[in-house]
Every structure is written in C-alpha cells, then in structure tokens.
Design a protein around this ligand. Structure first.
Ligand code: SF4
Length: 340
C-alpha cells in the first residue's frame, strides 16, 4: 500500500519537520531510553541526528537493531578514537580546486552546491567536511566555467553534497543551465539519498527539468537495504525511469546493517524491480566516528564471493574502495563475471 499521507505532503514540509531529537526517535519506535539515549545525545552533539518521519515509518518498532535505525541513531561508539579513522579519509581538502569544485578524477569532477542533507547517515565520509568554506556562490560561476574549459578532458559534472536534491527546483535549474551551456559537458550525474528518504522530492517540475536538459542525466541513489524501498519509493523511481533518467545505486557495506549475503541479494532484486541498476558496493571509508560499521577484509571478500554465486552478473554491484589521491575507485575483487 502506498502511504498517501506522504504523497500529499509537500517535500519541503517533510524537510522542515525532520526528527532531530534522539528521545523523540526512541519514543516513536517504543524503545526504552536507557544506554541508547545517553550515547545518542552525546554523539549527536558532534553530528546531529536528522531523519525524515517517513523513513522512520519504515523501521520496526521495539527493535534496537533495525538496519535503518542503525544508520541514523547516534551512538556512543562514535566518540571513540581509533587508529586510521580520520576526519578527511579521502583527502578531499587537497582535491578542492575552487569553492565547491572537487576534482579527483580526470573526466569528471564533483560540484558541491550545499552541505545540507535530508538525513544524517552515521557512516558519512563527509561528516567532518568544512562545507561553509567550500560552497560556491553565484558570483563564482564564471571562475568554475573557466576552470572547466581549462580541462578539456572533463565531460561530466557530478552534483554531490550534502545532498543536491535538498535544493529548490529553481536553484537546480539555474545550475543545470549553466553546466549545459558548456559544450564539452555531456553528462550530468546527481548523487542523492533523497529519492530513498523523501521520494516526494521527485516532483513533476524536477522531473521535467531533468528530462528536458540537453545533458544525459544519471541519478545515483544511495540505498543500503531493501527495507528502505517501499511502494511509495518505487512509484517515484518509476517516474524517473519513465522520464528517461538513468538510475544507478550505490551501497555502503555496513556492519550490522547489510553485512549478510541475503540482505545484499534482496537489495539488488528490489532495486531491479524499481528499474535501478546496482552500481557500487563500497567498503566503509575510514572516517572518524564510523569505525563501529567497519568489516574485516576477509568478511568482505567472503560476502562478495557468495553474492557473485547467487546473483546474475548484471545485478552484482562492483566492490570498490576509494583511496585518497587515486585517479579512480579501486576494485577489491576482480573475478566479477558480467556474463554469468
Ligand atoms: S545523505 Fe550522503 S552526504 Fe548526507 S549524511 Fe548521508 S551519506 Fe553523508
């Protein structure tokens, strides 16, 4: 059943009504506020709790280990120091060329237009990113354009964040027109978790803007578990597909959330039902505060080999890690066989 309450609710009102209080979240889920609450309050002082109510509706009540809850509930383990877990694990400060322009790979670069997100994922590798110093203003566009034109191999712009789909349609349209005005740019990629957590954001105006662009638009959604994709989400993903938007998904492998072959298998099938192709399965970026989601290399390799055996090749995401300074994501297992 599609939840019509949220379908009728404007996406902006959902964005303005996020749950930010750990006590409220635990109350809604009928969880007793023992040790969970004190840890959550402390950890949320460093990286705030933010979660849409409709996403919480997808969680099981009375289950402190619900895989969706574990992704958003601040935890006291985030406050521990662990060797190798740092604030900028991907070396992004060094890759920043101009405010908002992160150029790590030859043919494409990231344009960060906002630091805001509809949800705060506890494993986020940008949880310490200094957005305020790195957001481009309208007056910066000419400098960005000059930078792109000085790099003839760039043919793709990736809107990243923060979450670019938290921006207004007007702002998205303005930036799309600017980007499309540069002939060498052929592709526009948008990375967003909003289609999963507030699918109503995919309103008709946005769909028209994306569909009418001269650029080939690719939307990479970020889903980590099939429970995140209910019928309401499926409805909006199908709208995107009908508007000729290429849909891909990337997943982060997270201890306690999706470190089981069954969960990963279900996710791939669920995505395919919604016309979304599994793209990347990322191992955790070693960001400070997320060490409790980390998995051993052996566990990752075993899981992935099991997944290869269970799924047809076209539904197996590429297992990768990102290494600071590398010119591409680094594949972890190479026996991926797309002809299976
Ligand atoms: S939506 Fe993306 S950028 Fe925002 S907190 Fe989650 S992982 Fe980080």
């Amino acid at each position: 059943m599609i939840n019509y309450l949220y379908r009728e609710q404007n996406w902006k009102s959902q964005l303005n009504d996020l749950i930010t209080d750990p006590q409220e979240l635990l109350d809604i889920l009928s969880l007793s506020p023992d040790v969970l609450l004190s840890g959550a309050i402390l950890a949320s002082q460093q990286f705030k709790l933010r979660v849409p109510r409709s996403f919480v509706d997808k969680m099981e009540k009375n289950d402190p280990f619900d895989p969706l809850l574990l992704q958003v509930l601040p935890h006291h383990l985030e406050l521990e120091e662990h060797a190798g877990f740092i604030t900028d694990p991907l070396g992004e400060e060094a890759a920043t060329q101009l405010p908002g322009v992160l150029h790590k790979y030859e043919s494409r670069f990231l344009l960060t237009l906002t630091g805001a997100c509809a949800i705060h994922c506890r494993y986020c590798f940008r949880r310490h990113f200094p957005y305020q110093e790195n957001l481009p203003k309208n007056k910066d566009w000419l400098e960005i354009k000059t930078y792109i034109e000085s790099q003839p191999y760039i043919n793709e712009v990736i809107l990243s964040g923060g979450d670019p789909l938290t921006l207004s349609n007007q702002k998205i349209n303005t930036w799309l027109e600017r980007i499309a005005s540069i002939p060498q740019i052929k592709f526009l990629r948008i990375h967003s978790r909003v289609p999963i957590v507030i699918p109503e954001r995919l309103d008709q105006e946005l769909l028209n803007t994306l569909a009418c662009s001269r650029l080939k638009v690719i939307l990479v959604i970020h889903s980590n578990h099939a429970n995140e994709i209910d019928e309401r989400t499926q409805y909006y993903l199908k709208q995107l597909h009908q508007h000729n938007i290429t849909l891909l998904n990337q997943t982060v492998l997270l201890k306690g959330v999706n470190d089981s072959v069954k969960v990963l298998q279900n996710l791939s099938y669920r995505l395919f039902e919604c016309n979304v192709m599994p793209y990347y399965l990322h191992v955790l970026d070693k960001v400070k505060g997320a060490q409790h989601f980390d998995l051993s290399q052996d566990h990752v390799t075993t899981l992935y080999n099991e997944l290869l055996a269970l799924l047809p090749g076209y539904l197996v995401p590429k297992l990768v890690r990102e290494i600071a300074g590398e010119k591409n994501k680094t594949p972890i297992v190479t026996q991926f066989n797309p002809t299976r």
